[in-house]
Design a protein. Structure first.
Length: 395
């Protein structure tokens, strides 16, 4: 069932109860009856009025148990969210850039303790000749800025990669906890490109997205732009204010290559950034929840995944002044981001409320993809309520 939900219409044949919404708000998809509470919480979230459109997905043992979408693709609330609608999931994509590097580690193409410059020779500039891949993946490289990239130059080919290669670390690598808010994806992308001979977009598409049938891509092809929901900025979101308006914030300096008028809906941004939906991200994290392999396909080796999801550092992040817990490209549960309710969980949130994570003890994955930025510094009330509902259904 893919149409608007009425007061007497079940979400799908797999649901045993009825979600109640104003008849004008679409809510569609499938939900195992065991997870009816998740569907009901999604309905309440939408009825509250602050959400515009979103999707939520859950897998257990690699099989979908929740695959729901609701609301609208546009700010005017005229275009219903559809089964294959995608959106900008913000920093959730950092974990997928890291996953591409980790896959190459498992294939023996990259070594975690080898210098990045072994694979990307220009990176040796600025005193970085010995900086290891492990340090880069752990947000410890001291490279939150790309100062040689002019303001607004993000989409000019070659400018950002050259600026990162030339950048001198802000402090000795490994000595400062610093979430690389802007630079982490392009650093990983350049490492993948130099090590594999393919762009990060192509590597992820060929090695992860296509084999898994996962609707998440690191940069879109032009034909995929029609699938995108309008992304809706919300003034007052702490990270957004730092990036775009608070000139004294380190985030402002970090994001200087981003055009100041970018609203995350331009064709150039869609070609650059990660976009997908909850179903696609939950599929990727389903493999990770089961040790790196799903349906006989190894996304990442179990040994590499184990190393990447162990704590690399825990403490105050330089960029946001919040306590983080980091592995190698993955966030771990901590005071700023709960990452679900499992002690060994790992994943990544995105600015405004998107999140994806794996719960390896329950062999479960969760993902949530909204198109309206929630003005919060954590994952926000809507994803939190859905995650809480999931855990009441499995515990």
């Amino acid at each position: 069932m893919h149409g608007p939900l009425s007061s007497s219409e079940p979400v799908s044949a797999k649901s045993s109860a009825v979600a109640r919404l104003p008849s004008s708000i679409p809510l569609s998809g499938e939900c195992d009856p065991r997870f009816d509470k998740v569907r009901d919480v999604l309905a309440r979230n939408m009825a509250a009025g602050d959400e515009v459109g979103c999707a939520v997905a859950v897998t257990i043992d690699g099989r979908p148990v929740v695959d729901l979408w609701a609301g609208y693709r546009d700010a005017a609330r005229t275009l219903p969210w559809e089964a294959h609608t995608i959106t900008d999931m913000k920093s959730v994509g950092k974990s997928i850039f890291a996953l591409s590097v980790l896959r190459l580690v498992g294939q023996g193409v990259i070594e975690l303790d080898a210098p990045v410059a072994r694979y990307w020779p220009d990176f040796a500039q600025g005193g970085k000749a010995d900086l290891p891949v492990r340090v880069l993946l752990g947000h410890l490289a001291g490279l939150p800025y790309a100062d040689a990239a002019p303001i607004g130059s993000l989409y000019t080919p070659g400018v950002l990669s050259a600026a990162l290669a030339a950048q001198t670390p802000e402090w000795p690598p490994g000595t400062q906890h610093c979430y690389h808010s802007f630079t982490f994806p392009p650093l990983c992308a350049e490492l993948v490109r130099h090590a594999s001979g393919r762009s990060a977009h192509d590597f992820h598409r060929d090695e992860i997205a296509t084999p898994l049938g996962a609707e998440y891509w690191l940069g879109l092809d032009d034909a995929q732009h029609a699938l995108c929901a309008q992304y809706i900025e919300t003034p007052g979101t702490p990270s957004l204010e730092g990036m775009k308006r608070i000139t004294t914030s380190p985030l402002y300096r970090a994001w200087r290559p981003l055009p100041r008028d970018e609203d995350y809906n331009s064709a150039a941004w869609r070609r650059y950034a990660g976009h997908g939906n909850a179903r696609g991200m939950a599929r990727i994290y389903a493999a990770l929840a089961m040790g790196g392999t799903i349906d006989g396909y190894e996304v990442v080796s179990a040994d590499v995944l184990r190393e990447a999801t162990a704590a690399t550092w825990q403490g105050q992040d330089f960029m946001t002044k919040r306590p983080f817990s980091m592995g190698l490209g993955f966030m771990l549960p901590g005071p700023s981001f709960a990452i679900g309710q499992g002690a060994r969980n790992f994943g990544h949130p995105g600015m405004g409320g998107a999140i994806a994570f794996a719960d390896p003890d329950r062999r479960m994955s969760f993902a949530y993809s909204p198109n309206r930025m929630s003005p919060v510094s954590d994952i926000g009330p809507w994803a939190t309520a859905l995650i809480e509902a999931v855990y009441t259904c499995v515990d």
